[in-house]
Design a protein around this ligand. Sequence first.
Ligand code: NPW
Ligand code: ADP
Ligand code: MG
Length: 279
Amino acid sequence: MQKIDKSILSEVIHKRPDISYKGNYGRILIIAGSTHFGGAALMSARAAVNTGAGLVTVATVSEKFTAINVDIPEAMTIDYRQENDLRDAISKNNVIVIGPGLGSSETTFHLIKTIIKNIDEQIIIMDASALTVVSEKNINLKTIKNLILTPHQGEWQRLSGLKIPDQTTKNNLEKINSLAPNSLLIVKKHLSEIYYQEKIYQLISGNPGMATGGMGDTLTGIIAGFVGQFGYSLKSVSAALYLHSHIADKIYQKDYVVLPTKLASKIPETMQEFACSQN
Ligand SMILES: NC(=O)C1=CN([C@@H]2O[C@H](COP(=O)(O)OP(=O)(O)OC[C@H]3O[C@@H](n4cnc5c(N)ncnc54)[C@H](OP(=O)(O)O)[C@@H]3O)[C@@H](O)[C@H]2O)[C@@H](O)CC1
Ligand SMILES: Nc1ncnc2c1ncn2[C@@H]1O[C@H](COP(=O)(O)OP(=O)(O)O)[C@@H](O)[C@H]1O
Ligand SMILES: [Mg+2]
């Protein structure tokens, strides 16, 4: 099992070429939020915008548009219940996040089916309620080419059938290889693990101040921003995870709890620090 250390950040985060525009830095669609979980959509979108994603669209319930537009004017909004708008957005974006704050409803089931039917080469990141519904409805993930799954241990238990004490690296690898071979799996916990084909990477940073609602939603947005700019790879995802816990560890030196909104606000300056440290 390989450990992820700081060097991954300067390996992955590039200085931006002068001749470039927003279309070069990823088009991200975040399908998230519902009546009771508006914050999850906001936190994912804020994190994606702050990593430098070129264009971010949030597909959510229309009652949350104002909150998103006020808090994140950089992001666009569409209503995920408008089938044509959603299909159009799926085809125009190259990274699609589904799950944060959707709730485990028939709507979520329908949204997952719509994605599976309408994608081509897009990178799909499944988190939170999407993972719960995939488990409940036994949805086949094998047809998705570029898939990233980000369960916490409870979600991974539902998805894999492995009880938390049985979530050993050997068992996790075996399960992901049968559920969705070639996908990237992140099992989130203290010292999170990443599984990709036969490789296993482990984070050696992070702290209990991160145990607060919205911390995973923020990670999902960071991962989306990274794969949108730096490509779908084990390295991009490892760097996203490292950046998340690296900023969290800095905040935790002074703060009792690591607020996801505070973490997100420090993403641009931290990325620039590592981009500038390249030779
Ligand atoms: N502000 C917002 O809008 C926010 C919205 N959110 C949205 O809420 C939705 C539900 O997501 P969720 O993760 O809160 O709950 P759920 O799917 O029921 O899973 C919990 C179950 O798993 C178990 N469990 C075991 N290990 C665990 C672990 N390491 N970490 C966590 N749980 C662990 C746990 O065990 P227990 O605590 O009961 O012992 C329980 O049985 C989802 O859409 C999400 O995006 C949140 O992001 C928060 C901020
Ligand atoms: N004790 C801890 N040590 C290190 N990281 C933690 C700890 N508790 C939580 N985290 C991290 O915080 C995030 C929590 O994700 P998740 O449970 O999906 O949050 P939410 O759904 O509320 O946004 C994960 O990245 C996890 O690794
Ligand atoms: Mg979560």
